[in-house]
Design a protein around this ligand. Structure first.
Ligand code: FAD
Ligand code: NA7
Length: 624
């Protein structure tokens, strides 16, 4: 690493070697505790590089080879105990550079690989305020910052919620906790209770009062729970010594950001490395009246009043989930669909999901796009007029609603964070950031995780896993990468819809097995007779290995998770058939009839979707 000089000469490295067989410390080598601590500290302070090692340890040899060769043999027993007290590490080698504790062999080699060792040797670390700054305190950012701090790094995380056009804002934790998975699932559960109450009478429950739902009570309960999660995240960051700053971050130089808090106060911070985890926000339509009068999912979960008659625009999973639970609460809900339901999902299953929603009261306005939203009357809720045009003719229609919820996709928050000052490349079409398989952008010291990544799954567990593994690779000597071999997600509409995805690179010949079924719990109330559906897709060329699983039925998320584990282990149809079911359940696999055999291309990905208490498997593959 030295320019013209030998490395050892340049860094003045010293290695304190504990000989292999010294068990009895000599009097000289066994000073009092304070004296020993002072001696070790002196060694650390007066040597640019100091490696505490053992003569017979192969890892020490590796590190010594990398860094130094000026041995000072010492008896090691008490040194190691003291080093444990001082650094939390007893094992050797134990490396310090420029008074900074680097760690053991793996961490030193990793620091060498990622360039931070060189920075330490050059004295560059002192130039930065932090080892790592994470921008965005959502699923990915929190996981990454906590893990990096666990590994001994000085970490800052900045999180700031830009208010929606309606002024809605929320606390620490990002989309999932505040305006995504958590409130969605809790409000879906509220809707499911309505169905349970309807069923209850058929099972003999008698109640006289008219049952009605109070939006405000639900909203307050859900938001109180979210508040407790926000608080928990703050405490966890504090406990792990992550410096959390509630401010909007923007790069002004490749290693420097400006943080602007809600009072407009600007502060500047530098770091050796950055992780971008800024997530996405709902897209608007760009038509008159959209930002003035419409809401998005960012507003819905904390809306202070019941939305009333609602038009949901879009046929994405966010649209169907929100429309589903609003209808389940007894509201008049219409979904305006531009083309198809759930683009990218198995269309057979998407349509079954749509039929199920229609049976549960959701109306669909198909092949229309909105052109204008105007206010007829202000209020909570007020009255809005929506003008829309057909996508197939010149027909123009109008409708009156209390609330218009836009759910037409989400945009990556990458355009206002000063990436032009860093040289980080962004896909100009969608604002997404391309990264390599180690989540590194084209600028080596800047990484990105979560929803802002180009071509990756937009799911909380994926963002969390990416954040943790990235920190471990950067600072823990790990080489483990995110491997989305099997993706599981689910959608909660009237009941629920789940998606499991497995990618495979082998030739496939699909064998499709399916069955309609009637869950036992639906029989007595007499609902959804034979409307639930299960479908397995197997690769006939690979021992009938299960590559796809669809389930449309109750508790789809839970069922899907179990099949996901089986598929990840490579289960075959024969193995599933040979698994004795738990009876009576919906997940017991029985009487799946073979429908067809389809030849498919060599690479494909398969997904499983859970919908409306019904689950569906999606398989994306090109037929040949
Ligand atoms: P986020 O969680 O969005 O966090 C990004 C954070 O960065 C935000 O707090 C943002 O305010 C902040 N930020 C942005 N820019 C800056 C800046 N310049 N400075 C400081 N802070 C900034 N996933 C599932 O797995 N299961 C589900 O059931 C599910 N349901 C969903 C339902 C809905 C309605 C939505 C919208 C999403 C749902 N998702 C679900 C997706 C999931 O929420 C996301 O995949 C996940 O939150 C992504 O995490 P992230 O860390 O990338 O970003
Ligand atoms: P998606 O999956 O991007 O879907 C967008 C939906 O909105 C889709 O149904 C679109 O119809 C519809 N859309 C888009 N623009 C319009 C306009 N102008 N008018 C009417 N309808 C429109 O969005 P999501 O919000 O579900 O998800 C975003 C990501 O977050 C997604 O990838 C998830 O993984 C998480 P189309 O089918 O294009 O005709």
């Amino acid at each position: 690493t030295g320019k013209g000089k030998k490395e050892n000469e340049r860094v003045g490295a010293t290695e304190v070697v504990f000989p292999s067989f010294s068990r009895q410390p000599s009097i000289e080598a066994c000073p009092g505790q304070n004296e020993l601590k002072t001696r070790i500290q002196e060694l650390i302070d007066t040597n640019q590089v100091i490696v505490f090692s053992k003569s017979y340890c192969p890892y020490c040899v590796k590190v010594s080879y990398l860094l130094c060769r000026r041995e000072r043999p010492q008896d090691g027993t008490n040194y190691q105990e003291m080093l444990l007290e001082m650094t939390g590490q007893k094992t050797v080698p134990n490396v310090f550079i420029s008074k900074t504790h680097v760690g053991g062999c793996d961490k030193t080699l990793q620091a060498h690989k990622d360039g931070s060792l060189q920075q330490l040797l050059n004295g560059e670390n002192e130039a930065y305020d932090y080892d790592l700054i994470v921008i965005g305190g959502g699923s990915g950012g929190l996981a990454c910052s906590k893990e990096a701090a666990n590994l001994g790094k000085k970490v800052m995380v900045l999180d700031y919620v830009v208010p929606t056009p309606k002024g809605t804002t929320w606390g620490l934790g990002g989309t999932c906790v505040n305006v995504g998975c958590i409130p969605k699932k809790l409000m879906h559960q509220t809707a499911m209770l309505a169905t349970a109450m309807q069923d209850a009478r058929k099972f003999g429950w008698e109640f006289d009062e008219t049952v009605k739902h109070n939006w405000e009570t639900m909203k307050t309960a859900v938001n109180n729970y979210i508040g407790s999660l926000n608080w928990g995240y703050r405490v966890a960051l504090r406990d792990k010594n992550v410096n959390y700053v509630n401010a909007y971050a923007e790069f002004i130089e490749p290693h420097k950001i400006k943080a602007t808090n809600k009072r407009g106060k600007e502060t500047f911070y530098t770091a050796a490395k950055f992780v971008l985890a800024t997530g996405e926000r709902p897209r608007y339509l760009g038509i008159p009246g959209d930002k003035e009068y419409c809401i998005t999912s960012d507003d819905l979960f904390s809306l202070p009043y019941c939305p009333g008659k609602t038009l949901v625009i879009g046929a994405s999973y966010v649209a169907l989930e929100c429309g589903g639970f609003l209808a389940g609460l007894g509201l008049d809900v219409t979904v305006m669909v531009r083309s198809i339901l759930l683009r990218g999902f198995d269309q057979d299953m998407a349509n079954r999901a749509g039929e199920h929603m229609e049976e549960h009261g959701v109306k669909f306005l198909r092949k229309y796009v909105p052109t204008k939203v105007s206010e007829l009357e202000a209020g909570t809720p007020g009255r809005l007029k929506v003008t829309a045009k057909s996508t197939e003719s010149d027909e123009v229609i109008e409708g009156e609603y209390n609330t218009v919820l836009i759910a037409v996709g989400r945009d990556a928050c990458t355009d206002k964070i000063g990436l032009d000052k860093t040289g980080v490349k962004v896909n100009p079409k969608n604002g997404k950031i391309p990264v390599n398989d180690e989540e590194q952008t084209n600028v080596p010291h800047i990484y990105a995780i979560g929803d802002i990544l180009e071509g990756k799954w937009e799911l909380t567990p994926v963002a969390i896993q990416a954040g943790k593994l990235l920190a471990r690779r950067l600072y823990g000597g790990s080489t483990v990468k995110v491997y989305c071999y099997l993706q599981i997600t689910f959608i909660e509409t009237c009941s629920s819809y789940g998606l499991l995805n497995r990618s495979t690179n082998c030739e496939i010949l699909q064998g499709v097995y399916h069955s309609l079924f009637w869950p036992l719990e639906f029989t007595v109330p007499g609902r959804d007779n034979n409307r639930c559906y299960g479908k397995l897709i197997c690769n006939r060329l690979d021992n009938d290995r299960v590559i796809g699983f669809h389930y449309l039925g109750p508790n789809a998320g839970e069922v899907t998770q179990g099949f996901g584990a089986a598929m990840k282990c490579g289960a075959t149809k024969e193995q599933l058939d040979g698994t004795i079911g738990i009876h009576p359940t919906c997940a017991e696999v029985k009487r799946l009839e073979k429908t067809k055999t389809v030849q498919a291309s060599a690479t494909q990905s398969i997904s499983l979707c859970v919908f409306g208490g019904l689950t569906v498997l999606k398989m994306q593959c090109k037929r040949i």
